[in-house]
Design a protein around this ligand. Structure first.
Ligand code: T5A
Ligand code: NA
Length: 212
């Protein structure tokens, strides 16, 4: 039996835009409509590399800025064989952050160009759809638990937001901007519709390579 591949769907946005909430709801909705769907998230804090990243984010350790950028990228590459396997099995992957967060966050630091930051992630499986949850960083910071981990300051988040806008100018990536200031259900409705469309569209297309 031949089976069509799953779609690679990514949710991006500044901290607290609602990505995890929406990924969970999307996976549930896709499964309820009879499709195979699984969630993945980056950083994946469960691996050895992921534990180094997690400790850095919780400010329990310090890492040099280039080093941590490369660790975030390595944390994606180490999951690539599994991602490809699942996509080829027809499982739709809903991914909470991807290379775009990697580039937006590091390039928000002084002395890092967008180009340098993109390089280690060139060639990753290319998402069929990237939904950017658009939320003003000043609204995001009033949502639960903002301000405990590294990077969770208004100034930094505003710079991150600008870097995402620069990344979205690249039309080789299928970006969709979602107004994330609405209710959880309203945001979900849009995300679900866009995802269903891309799942139908991608099933006979080969998996692409990001930024190459
Ligand atoms: N990072 C990440 C890098 O620097 N490089 C990289 O390569 C990668 C992949 C950790 C950090 O790592 C950086 C970016 C991050 O700073 P993380 O583990 O994904 O990344 O971060 P988390 O803290 O888990 O998640 P976020 O802060 O990004 O939050 P989410 O997932 O966007 O938001 P969510 O769904 O958890 O919701 C936050 C709160 O808002 C409420 C929720 O109930 C929750 O309380 N909420 C809403 N409230 C009102 N209206 C809505 N529509 C709402 N939706 C959610
Ligand atoms: Na999250």
């Amino acid at each position: 039996m031949t089976c069509s591949r799953g779609a690679l769907i990514v949710l991006e946005g500044v901290d607290r835009a609602g990505k995890t909430t929406q990924c969970l709801k999307l996976v549930q909705a896709l499964q309820q409509s009879g499709r195979e769907a699984e969630m993945m998230r980056f950083p994946d804090r469960t691996t050895v590399i992921g534990q180094l990243i997690s400790s850095y984010l919780m400010k329990k350790s310090n890492l040099e800025d280039h080093t941590v950028h490369l660790l975030f990228s390595a944390n994606r590459w180490e999951m690539v064989p599994l991602m490809k396997q699942k996509l080829e099995q027809g499982i739709n992957l809903v991914v909470d952050r991807y290379a775009f967060s990697g580039v937006a966050f590091t390039s928000a630091k002084p002395g890092f160009s967008l180009e340098w930051c993109k390089n280690p992630d060139v060639g990753l499986p290319k998402p069929d759809l990237v939904m950017f949850l658009q939320l003003n960083p000043s609204v995001a910071e009033n949502r639960g638990e903002f301000g405990t981990e590294r990077y969770e300051t208004s100034f930094f988040q505003c710079t991150v937001h600008r870097r995402f806008e620069e990344l979205m100018e690249d039309k080789s990536v299928n970006w969709r901007v979602i107004d994330a200031a609405r209710s959880i259900e309203e945001v979900h409705k849009d995300i679900k519709l866009l995802s269903e469309n891309i799942i139908n569209f991608s099933e006979n297309q080969p998996i692409g390579m990001l930024w190459s």
